[in-house]
Design a protein around this ligand. Structure first.
Ligand code: CS2
Length: 444
């Protein structure tokens, strides 16, 4: 079968094609971490604006591996987004990714960030990518230093990961990393003057693409596409509109303060996703949608949102909380996506503090009992104690902490030591009670 690429583009049927000539697009964005999420989210928004402004093409870098480069480079960067679920649009071919490289090719991201035509760096490197030792911040600092030396002008850096205050967090990590570089003071001064770090909130469920998904795309579009991604129809992007050198006219929500949207997304959607992933996996469910068919789990998901998380939120004006919560549960329940509980369960040691522990602290401080939040954390504890291997950067420590536990308390205490503190004795009591029940249910 023919492979997707510029030559095959004109012959595709039943497919939405780029409304511009991809070969005529100039690169204006460097993206770090060209995984499935970037391809189904920011690149789609960018694709929509390229007909009107072809100066915002994307130069994408993989985090390390050459897989995505090898999938996309032979296809001239073209790939399909296949929506699945209620309201799905026809397959759409995206042409926004004009270059695709590994970080060790052609001078890496640093050389590209120093190009004056580039005015924006975006990142999707997951929670792991911001840990000490991860290469991203180093690439970014090398790029900003090269840009200063080249006198290539101001630039913005937009983190699109599920972190609290992702803009300021990244700015802080960059500043810290600069301290070790030659000419640190001048570089820091230049960054303060010339680099913006807006925050944003991204939302779209994008499961890891499977071989079966690629076959489905080939059947739908009539050519092989090794870089295809599948996604739910829903997509949202809330962006703090403070850029240093312009931005594409993305069809997003722009605001001066993303914090209320961010807390709502992390504490309602992502927290509930993690709850369903761990409780669902322990109950033997392969997918989030399967977990949602279990009435007890669906109820826990609803009550985590309404009883624990919602009371901690300060919502944006006019925000339809009930509608937002209902939409989340509907999205999770849609069986078309096949989003695996194991995928959402990965990297829990980094996700839980962001999604769940803030809610726990806020509710405990208010004298309330965050039962459902405790259930989610307890389910993570039982999950990491009973699954091997655990997909988490702390896998070794988690295995050591849970080896040979004998009682719920002897499971909870060493794991609590690996998480940021929630300094209320009742929190531990809640976790012990929930792990006791979960261990009992998992064994019987
Ligand atoms: C999920 C998110 O894998 C996970 O941890 O909770 O990736 C989730 O699908 C997205 O944030 C939805 O926008």
């Amino acid at each position: 079968m023919t492979r997707l690429g510029l030559p095959a583009l004109s012959s595709l049927d039943g497919v939405r094609r780029p409304a511009y000539d991809p070969a005529g697009v100039q690169v204006g964005i460097v993206h770090l971490g060209v995984g499935a999420f970037h391809r189904a989210h920011q690149a789609v928004y960018t694709d929509t604006v390229l007909a009107a402004d072809p100066t915002w093409g994307i130069s994408g870098f993989t985090q390390r591996s050459a897989t995505v480069r090898d999938q996309l480079a032979p296809q001239d960067g073209l790939y399909t987004v296949l929506e699945r679920g209620a309201g799905a649009a026809p397959p759409r071919v995206i042409g926004a990714l004009r270059e695709i490289r590994t970080p060790d090719e052609d001078g890496g991201p640093a050389a590209r960030i120093a190009d004056p035509r580039v005015r924006l760096v975006t990142l999707t490197v997951t929670e792991k990518g911001y840990r000490p030792g991860a290469p991203t911040v180093g690439h970014l600092v090398a790029g900003l230093a090269a840009r200063r030396r080249a006198d290539a002008g101001p630039i913005s850096v937009l983190s699109c990961d599920n972190l609290t205050a992702n803009g300021p967090t990244l700015r802080m990590l960059v500043a810290r990393h600069c301290a070790g570089s030659p000419d640190a003071d001048r570089l820091l001064d230049w960054i303060t003057e010339s680099v913006a770090f807006p925050s944003c909130v991204v939302d779209r469920i994008v499961p890891a693409t499977t071989a079966a998904d690629r076959d489905a795309v080939a059947a739908a579009i009539g050519v092989r596409d090794e870089g295809a991604v599948v996604a739910e129809p829903f997509s949202q992007w809330v962006i703090e509109d403070s850029f240093a050198a312009g931005r594409p006219a993305w069809d997003a929500t722009y605001t001066t303060d993303v914090a209320p949207y961010e807390a709502a997304k992390l504490r309602l959607l992502n927290a509930t996703h993690s709850l369903l992933a761990y409780t669902g996996a322990l109950a033997g469910h392969e997918t989030i949608a399967a977990a949602m068919t279990d009435p007890a789990l669906a109820e826990a998901a609803h009550r985590l949102m309404t009883e624990d998380a919602a009371p901690t939120l300060t919502l944006p004006d006019g925000f339809d909380l009930a509608g937002y919560q209902d939409a989340i549960l509907r999205r999770f329940a849609d069986p078309a996506l096949g989003h695996r509980t194991a995928q959402v369960a990965a990297d829990g040691s980094l996700k839980l503090p962001i999604r769940l522990l803030g809610t726990a602290r806020d509710r405990l401080a208010a004298g309330a009992t965050p039962q459902w939040t405790a259930l989610a954390v307890a389910a993570w504890m039982v999950y990491v104690a009973t699954r091997r291997p655990v997909d988490d950067p702390l896998a070794g420590k988690l295995a050591a902490a849970t080896a040979g536990f004998t009682t719920p308390a002897s499971l909870v205490d060493p794991l609590l030591d690996l998480l940021p503190p929630v300094p209320y004795p009742v929190w531990r009591d809640l976790l012990v009670a929930h792990t006791a029940r979960l261990l009992h249910d998992t064994r019987t």
